[in-house]
Write a protein that binds this ligand. Structure first.
Ligand SMILES: C[S@@+](CC[C@H](N)C(=O)[O-])C[C@H]1O[C@@H](n2cnc3c(N)ncnc32)[C@H](O)[C@@H]1O
Length: 434
C-alpha cells in the first residue's frame, strides 16, 4: 500500500481529462464548413499514426464525410492502430491520470459502497462483479481487496468488458495470480480467463452482451466518456449532423463539415421534450449500453455505478483530445491522442428509466459522494499510518479527488437499482447519494 501511496506524489502534476479543458465553446458549436460531395483536398501530413490517418482519409474520399462517432470509434478502437489497443496510455508516460490511479481511497470507498448496497439487497449469491473499461485494472484490484477483506461468504466471479488486448493483459497482471488467452475458435463468450490469488475466476469479454446472465454489481469508471458521440446542430427546425471530412489544401489532416442532407442519426434523433440547445453531442452507443444495463438489472437484479465527468444535458461541445497531459486537437494525428466527450447524465438517467424498470440515484458530485462515504476518516487513518514525508502526498491525492476546483464537482456518480426497490430506497436513502 505504501508503494502505491508513494506513487501518488509523482503523479500530482498530471492532468486528468476534464481539467485542462479550455473554453472550447461550451455554448458554441465547432467551426464547420459546408460539406462537399467529394473532396479533392491535399494529402494528409505523415505522422507516427499515419496508417490510421491514411485509412480514414481513404474511407472519406471513397464514401464521403463520416460522423464524429465513426471517427471516434475508429481512432480509439481500430484493431490495429486504435489508441487503446496496443499500449498503456495512463500515468506519467501516458496521456492522462484517472481517480483510481490517484488514490487507493477511491477504489476502497467504491468497494465499501458496493458491498453495503449488496448486503442491503439480502446478500444475493452467487454474484458477478462486472467492470466496463477497466483500464489498468486498479479499481477492480482495490474493490477486490475490499470484498476479500469483508469475507462476504458468497460466491462471485469477475467479468471485465474490455476491447483492448493490451490492457486486458495489464488488468490480469494487476489482480490475477494466473491468466491465459482463450483460443479464437473456442466459441466461448470470453477471450481471456484468469484466477485471482484467492481463487476467484475472472473473465474478459469484448462486449457487455457477452457477460453471462446473473445478479451483477457493475462498475463503469471513465468508460462512457470514451464511447462515440454524434454532433448535431439545429438548422431551422431540422437537426443536421456535423461530419468529419479530409482537410482543405493548406490545412492539416481533417476538418468538420455540416451535412447537407439528413444522416441516419440526424433523421432518427429525438431531443428531450425540454431541450433548449441548438447544438449538442448525442451518444447512440451510450444509449445502447445503458439500455442493456437497464434490461439486465431489471431481469437478473443487480446494481450499476457509473462514474465519469459529465453534465445534465446542458453542455454543447465537449469533444476533445488529450496527449501527454495536454489538450490536443482531436482532428490531428488520429490514434496518437485520447478522444473523449463529457457524459450526458440526463440521457443516461432517461434511458435507464425508460428502457427498464430502473430506479436511479444521482448524478451526485464525486467530492460529495466520497465525503459522504467517510472519505476523511479513511484519509486520516491512512495518514496516521504513513511516514511523515508521505502524509502530505496522501492528503493532496484525496484533495485532488474531492476539491470542487479539481475533480470533485466535474466528476459525477449515478447508480441504477431495480425499480422494484424504489419505495425501499426512498425510505432508506442510498449512502453517498443523500
Ligand atoms: C479512459 S479508460 C478508463 C480506465 C479505467 N476505468 C480507469 O478509470 O482508470 C477507458 C477504458 O475503456 C476501454 N474501452 C474503450 N472503449 C471501449 C469499448 N467500446 N468497449 C469496451 N471497452 C472500451 C479502454 O480500453 C479503457 O480500458
Amino acid at each position: 500500500m505504501l508503494r502505491e501511496v508513494l506513487k501518488i506524489g509523482s503523479r500530482r502534476c498530471y492532468s486528468y481529462k476534464s481539467v485542462r479543458r479550455p473554453s472550447l465553446g461550451a455554448t458554441s458549436p465547432p467551426k464547420v464548413e459546408a460539406t462537399k460531395e467529394q473532396s479533392g483536398s491535399s494529402p494528409t501530413i505523415e505522422n507516427g499514426h499515419g496508417s490510421l490517418s491514411k485509412q480514414l482519409r481513404a474511407r472519406i474520399l471513397a464514401t464521403g464525410p463520416i460522423p464524429v462517432a465513426e471517427y471516434m470509434r475508429e481512432v480509439l478502437t481500430n484493431p490495429q492502430a486504435g489508441y487503446y489497443m496496443n499500449r498503456d496510455v495512463f500515468g506519467r508516460e501516458g496521456d492522462f491520470i484517472t481517480s483510481p490511479e490517484i488514490s487507493q481511497i477511491f477504489g476502497e470507498l467504491v468497494g465499501i459502497w458496493l458491498v453495503s448496497e449488496w448486503r442491503k439487497m439480502g446478500s444475493p449469491s452467487p454474484f458477478q462483479l462486472v467492470e466496463l473499461g477497466p483500464g489498468r485494472g486498479t479499481l477492480a484490484r482495490d474493490v477486490l481487496k475490499v470484498i476479500t477483506k469483508f469475507k462476504l461468504g458468497a460466491e462471485f466471479s469477475m467479468h471485465m468488458v474490455e476491447v483492448s488486448p493490451f490492457l486486458s493483459k495489464a488488468q490480469a497482471q494487476r489482480f490475477c495470480y494466473s491468466h491465459e488467452t482463450v483460443p479464437e475458435d473456442s466459441q466461448l463468450p470470453h477471450y481471456q480467463v484468469g484466477t485471482t490469488a484467492t481463487g476467484t475466476k475472472a473473465f474478459w469479454h469484448r462486449r457487455l452482451e457477452d457477460v453471462p446472465q446473473g445478479f451483477s454489481l457493475v462498475l463503469a469508471h471513465e468508460f462512457f466518456d470514451a464511447l462515440p458521440v454524434h454532433k448535431l446542430q439545429l438548422a431551422g427546425n431540422k437537426w443536421q449532423e456535423v461530419l468529419i471530412d479530409v482537410a482543405s489544401e493548406g490545412e492539416k489532416d481533417f476538418r468538420y463539415v455540416l451535412s447537407r442532407s439528413q444522416t441516419p442519426v440526424s433523421s432518427v434523433f429525438r431531443p428531450m421534450p425540454d431541450e433548449t440547445r441548438s447544438c449538442l453531442e448525442y451518444s447512440l452507443e451510450t444509449e445502447r449500453q445503458v439500455g442493456l444495463l437497464a434490461e439486465r438489472i431489471q431481469r437478473d437484479g443487480g446494481i450499476a455505478l457509473i462514474m465519469d465527468y459529465g453534465h445534465f444535458g446542458e453542455k454543447t461541445d465537449t469533444f476533445r483530445a488529450f496527449k501527454q497531459h495536454q489538450l490536443h486537437n482531436p482532428l490531428l494525428e488520429p490514434g496518437s491522442a485520447d478522444l473523449t466527450a463529457d457524459v450526458d447524465f440526463k440521457l443516461v438517467r432517461h434511458t435507464a428509466e425508460t428502457r427498464g424498470n430502473i430506479h436511479c440515484c444521482g448524478p451526485v458530485e464525486q467530492g460529495l459522494f466520497l465525503q459522504r462515504m467517510q472519505g476523511e476518516a479513511r484519509l486520516e487513518q491512512l495518514v496516521s499510518h504513513a511516514l511523515p514525508e508521505n502524509q502530505e502526498i496522501i492528503r493532496s491525492g484525496y484533495k485532488m479527488l474531492t476539491d470542487p476546483e479539481q475533480m470533485g464537482s466535474r466528476f459525477k456518480f449515478l447508480a441504477m437499482f431495480p425499480g422494484v426497490l424504489a419505495n425501499h430506497l426512498n425510505k432508506y436513502p442510498v449512502v453517498g447519494f443523500s
